[in-house]
Design a protein around this ligand. Structure first.
Ligand code: HEC
Ligand code: HEC
Ligand code: HEC
Ligand code: HEC
Ligand code: HEC
Ligand code: HEC
Ligand code: HEC
Ligand code: HEC
Length: 424
């Protein structure tokens, strides 16, 4: 984004004046088009209203600074520039660099990497109504944005505004746990539901509504996941609740291999596949003990601002234990379905790489028993280990562990029926 001639100086590192001094002396300073504000006061009054509330308006970061100055009338609206994170980053480099190293930056590409992403309706992906509506936090390539704009997908390119909502771009808003709520909720990652009904969340919400004083100790999502405002988000176990290297315990190692096969990262013989390379590129999970431990240490430091280190360590170890125990249950169920493929009772679908269940086909899996298995992975296991980490007993046990056990029984029974029908 060199086109506006900005110097890459962090406003907040050097202070506003240092930043301003770095910007203004250069010949190619931006123009602040007063006309934008004048006309838009009628066209979109609440956008102007929010912008007026922002620190940006006070610092003369005007409409044209972000949107460019090529559109100036009703007839040339399509000339306004798409807002990309780079445009924010040219002034906020420190946060931008952190963001780019973290998992949020990868959200768009990891969504696109799902084998059946292109099967979903356009409105759900590029239209931002489904997957895209949350994964838009990820950075998109220029070519992608161009294509999306040509196809009429009108917004969602800015990434940074998911927590700093346009046009107030407030830091106060981004510090609230609700800033994460729109995405970290629901079916496969109900972190909002778990947090807001945990001791931690309830206490924080009581602070927000004024029942408890401002200085009461209560963590937000940000306290644990963005310590010191660090925009590089990542956790030890990640979304999939898996990591490498394989554990030393033989049984556990077998279970993990079975799970990685169902993720398509290992082939049925146990050799890494092309998808394992995608997993590396997209940072799906921690590939070494070192990477995992680094994240764990960060988390322990976060807990340690309120709890003792030994308390925190014990609590997190219970999470690790749940990851392992649920992995074994899941592996048992995967093996039952895998044996149906092996024995020819279920036929390998054309789009599958192997005669083996494939979790990443999501709801486009071919049979009812595959769906049951997928739910056990994507809904029930997620709740069990995520609930343990987020101090929510009900999610951990009833929505999680208990539902996994029920699923296992159903899968076993369905497999027996299928075998009977096939006479094998
Ligand atoms: C003479 C009035 C006028 C002026 C001046 C004007 N705009 Fe607009 N702008 C509009 C209208 C009208 C729309 C379309 C509204 C609609 O679709 O309902 C629009 C739409 C936009 C959009 C949305 C673009 C999109 O892709 O949907 C942005 C962003 C925008 N203006 C920014 C600016 C900026 C920045 C300036 C100054 C450089 C500016 N406008 C100057 C009238 C104006
Ligand atoms: C700090 C950068 C920044 C400034 C300053 C800014 N905008 Fe925006 N604007 C954005 C972002 C980010 C979006 C969302 C773009 C997306 O989703 O792809 C947006 C979207 C818009 C849209 C289209 C979305 C809608 O809800 O219709 C309009 C219109 C718009 N801005 C007008 C303005 C006007 C008028 C001003 C000045 C009063 C202004 N903007 C100032 C960053 C900015
Ligand atoms: C031209 C430089 C520039 C651009 C581009 C820019 N900002 Fe800013 N931003 C500033 C300045 C200057 C401040 C005010 C700093 C101060 O007052 O301490 C600021 C303040 C902020 C704050 C703190 C607000 C608060 O409530 O304290 C946030 C958050 C922020 N910007 C986010 C963004 C985002 C997101 C974008 C892109 C959509 C963006 N900025 C684009 C210069 C810029
Ligand atoms: C617009 C949607 C959206 C918002 C808002 C959002 N996130 Fe995310 N978050 C995502 C997506 C999508 C991913 C998965 C990224 C990927 O594909 O790699 C993610 C990943 C993460 C991860 C990494 C988990 C892992 O696998 O290790 C953490 C931690 C996280 N977010 C925390 C937060 C916090 C804290 C907030 C609020 C301050 C927040 N997020 C706000 C969509 C969002
Ligand atoms: C409600 C918002 C939302 C929707 C809708 C959504 N996701 Fe996600 N997705 C997230 C969040 C948040 C995460 C991170 C959760 C976590 O780490 O616990 C995530 C994680 C992922 C991951 C794992 C990435 C990683 O690196 O760990 C993939 C892949 C993914 N989503 C793809 C999709 C696809 C494909 C769709 C649509 C079929 C979709 N998502 C729909 C919010 C959403
Ligand atoms: C997942 C939510 C989230 C996203 C996405 C996000 N921010 Fe932030 N941002 C925060 C939080 C939380 C803070 C408050 C940090 C603190 O405690 O001081 C913050 C603070 C800021 C500040 C205020 C000053 C400072 O440095 O603390 C700026 C500027 C900022 N972010 C810029 C950006 C930019 C630029 C992007 C995109 C590259 C971005 N943010 C994306 C959550 C987010
Ligand atoms: C008290 C600290 C704490 C709070 C508050 C908290 N988390 Fe977490 N979160 C954790 C821990 C611990 C893990 C597991 C880390 C690991 O893998 O070792 C985790 C994991 C995650 C993950 C990865 C998948 C998972 O659930 O295991 C995401 C995404 C996430 N949290 C988002 C959020 C969001 C969003 C909020 C607020 C609604 C939130 N967290 C509140 C501590 C917290
Ligand atoms: C900002 C302060 C703060 C941080 C950070 C924090 N906690 Fe807490 N935690 C509390 C408070 C306050 C309570 C309530 C004390 C009570 O239940 O008696 C609590 C309670 C708990 C409980 C008991 C929950 C219950 O239902 O009674 C567990 C377990 C826990 N925390 C684990 C953690 C872990 C693990 C971390 C780090 C990932 C963490 N906490 C980070 C403040 C914090």
């Amino acid at each position: 984004m060199g086109d506006l001639g900005f110097k890459k100086v962090s406003v907040l590192e050097g202070g506003y004046n240092a930043w301003l001094a770095a910007q203004y002396p250069i010949e190619k300073k931006w123009t602040i088009k007063q006309e934008c504000v004048t006309c838009h006061t009628n066209v979109t009054p609440n956008i102007v209203g929010d912008w007026k509330l922002s620190k940006h308006s006070k610092a003369e970061v005007s409409c044209s600074v972000c949107h460019g100055e090529h559109h100036m009338s009703e007839e040339d609206v399509d000339k306004s520039l798409p807002m990309k994170p780079d445009r924010c980053i040219m002034c906020h480099q420190v946060r931008g660099d952190q963001f780019k190293k973290g998992k949020h930056a990868l959200a768009w590409s990891s969504m696109k990497a799902m084998p059946t992403a292109h099967w979903q309706p356009m409105a759900m992906i590029d239209g931002m109504k489904g997957c895209g509506g949350c994964h838009k936090v990820g950075i998109k390539a220029d070519a992608e944005i161009k294509e999306m704009r040509e196809n009429g997908a009108g917004f969602g390119y800015a990434s940074c505004d998911v927590c700093h909502t346009r046009h107030t771009f407030s830091v106060k808003e981004a510090r609230q746990p609700q800033a994460c709520q729109t995405c970290h909720m629901g079916f496969d990652h109900p972190q909002w539901e778990m947090y807001s009904s945990s001791k931690h969340g309830v206490r924080y919400l009581l602070k927000q509504n004024g029942t408890l004083p401002e200085t009461t100790a209560a963590p937000t999502c940000q306290t644990c996941h963005m310590r010191e405002g660090n925009h590089e988000v990542r956790t030890a176990w990640g979304f999939y609740g898996v990591r490498l290297p394989l554990p030393e315990d033989k049984k556990q190692a077998e279970a993990r291999k079975t799970y990685l096969k169902a993720l398509g990262m290992l082939d049925p013989e146990g050799k890494p596949t092309a998808r394992m390379n995608v997993a590396k590129k997209e940072d799906f999970f921690r590939m070494t003990q070192k990477e995992w431990s680094e994240e764990r240490v960060k988390m322990l430091k976060a807990c340690n601002s309120c709890h003792t280190l030994s308390f925190a360590r014990r609590e997190l170890e219970k999470g690790d234990q749940t990851v392992r125990e649920t992995e074994r249950l899941l592996a048992e169920a995967i093996q039952i379905v895998a044996n149906l493929y092996r024995d020819g009772i279920l036929k390998k679908p054309k789009n599958y790489n192997y005669a083996f269940p494939d979790f990443l086909t999501l709801h486009d899996a071919p049979t009812t028993i595959d769906h049951k298995l997928w739910l056990m992975f994507m809904e029930h296991r997620m709740r069990a280990f995520m609930g343990t980490f987020h101090a929510n007993p009900d999610y951990a046990f009833w929505y999680g562990w208990s539902r996994m056990q029920q699923s296992l029984v159903e899968i076993r029974e369905m497999a027996e029926d299928l075998r009977k029908k096939a006479g094998k």
